[in-house]
Design a protein around this ligand. Structure first.
Ligand SMILES: Cc1ncc(COP(=O)(O)O)c(C=O)c1O
Length: 401
């Protein structure tokens, strides 16, 4: 189905999908073949080698393209402007290859630590990129950076990992257009159910499919999607040239995950809202950051650009600052039971982590301090368990602190 007017929940099931012409199978087969027989040299059915063409991967790529509203047809691009990779970072790395030596890359100051590591500790050296980091939740900082640095690409995570800052994507897309820069959003925390950056004018969307798209903590993957045919052409070339493609088994798992994405995002968001309100009123908690709370500094922007089809929705990620010190945080993290202490997020099970020690250890200590990633900051990924059980678990652990 390729009907962009269908409800997004319908597109989770049918977007970009067709039943198998041979058997009628409603899920695509997992095409494991690495190569395809040719009738005569160069005469084939459109499939030559699996890095370049794989139908199971195409099915997942087309599903994401449909959810992100690329609007790109099969005539323009075989997978409708969706491209799947072996991890989120492989997707990011391929996207950065659209830049040339010496180009400035304007990036959000707070983002996943691995993205920062790739931009600053790898590509600055190997590709000569010039990353400049600004707080894009403050649009005047974005304007000033465009004036001073003339970036060729702007990279914005919204909400950010882990301080959940929200940036105005429509305004950033507009300024990027005015300056001829490519605007990219890491949409991992929202999934296309809550936020569709291409509709807001962004050129490219990136996801760690390891998170909400896969949704079951059993696959590592990444994806890019674009609404711009020329960018789709470049990404197709780069995906094949660099070769960090998603394998067919992983594509199958991700596609299976996408089928329930709508239901899961509704549950994640509604439970996280309840938990954020409970934490906000708890006396052991210094501060709660959640885009759905009126106290969030960019609550108004978040409400404009993030939502569920059924109403408000702000995702499953919550950041909490505990009263006390690192030992208080350690006790809390060791005491919760339903929340597994683990990196990653976006799965059906609830997870909890300590960014300063775990996911953001590669961000320099001074930068972490400037961003407020302190020793008492704890990040929750709220799963789809019963929210009352999750709240009881958190209360019990807070009482033990
Ligand atoms: C927001 C965000 N972007 C990108 C990544 C990288 O994705 P992956 O771990 O699939 O390489 C992550 C991983 O945690 C993330 O949280």
């Amino acid at each position: 189905m390729n009907d962009d007017t269908a409800h997004i929940f319908t597109r989770c099931i049918h977007g970009g999908q067709e039943n198998c012409e041979v058997t009628g199978a409603v899920m695509p087969p997992i095409y494991t073949s690495s190569t395809y027989a040719q009738e005569s040299p160069g005469v084939h059915k459109g499939y030559e080698y699996s890095r370049s063409h794989n139908l199971t991967r195409y099915s997942f790529e087309r599903a994401v393209a449909s959810l992100e509203n690329t609007g790109i047809t099969e005539v323009q691009d075989a997978s409708h402007g969706g491209f799947a990779f072996s991890s989120g970072l492989a997707a990011t790395a391929t996207c950065l290859e659209m830049l040339s030596t010496g180009d400035c890359l304007l990036a959000m100051d707070d983002m996943y630590g691995g993205t920062y590591r790739l931009m600053s500790l790898v590509r600055e050296r190997s590709q000569g990129l010039k990353p400049v980091y600004v707080d894009m939740s403050d649009f005047s900082a974005v304007e000033a950076a465009f004036k001073e640095h003339q970036p060729k690409m702007v990279w914005v995570e919204s909400p950010t990992n882990p301080t959940l800052k929200v940036s105005d994507l429509a305004r950033i897309a507009k300024i990027a257009d005015d300056h001829g820069a490519i605007a990219v959003t890491d949409n991992t925390f929202c999934s296309p159910i809550l936020q569709r950056p291409l509709d807001l004018g962004m050129h490219v969307v990136m996801h760690s499919a390891t998170k909400y798209l896969g949704g079951h903590s059993d696959v590592v993957g990444g994806v890019l999607a674009t609404r711009v045919p020329e960018i789709a052409e470049r990404l197709r070339f780069l995906q094949n040239s660099i070769g960090s493609v998603m394998g067919p088994f992983d594509a199958y798992l991700c596609l299976r995950g996408v089928k329930t994405l709508g239901l899961r995002m509704e549950r994640h968001s509604n439970s996280a809202m309840k938990i954020a309100r409970m934490l906000e009123s708890h006396d052991k908690v210094e501060r709660v950051v959640y885009p759905g709370l009126e106290s969030h500094p960019q609550h108004e922007v978040a409400s404009r650009q993030m939502s569920l089809p059924s109403g408000p929705g702000y995702g499953g990620m919550i950041t909490m600052f505990l009263k006390g010190d690192i030992e208080t945080a350690r006790r809390f993290l060791e005491t919760v039971e339903l929340f597994a202490l683990a990196e990653s997020l976006g799965g059906v099970e609830s997870l909890i982590e300590h960014p300063a020690i775990m996911t953001h250890a590669s961000v320099p200590e001074e930068s972490r301090a400037a961003l407020g990633i302190s020793d008492t900051l704890v990040r929750f990924s709220v799963g789809i368990e019963d929210p009352d059980d999750l709240m009881a678990d958190i209360r019990r652990a807070l009482d033990a602190c």
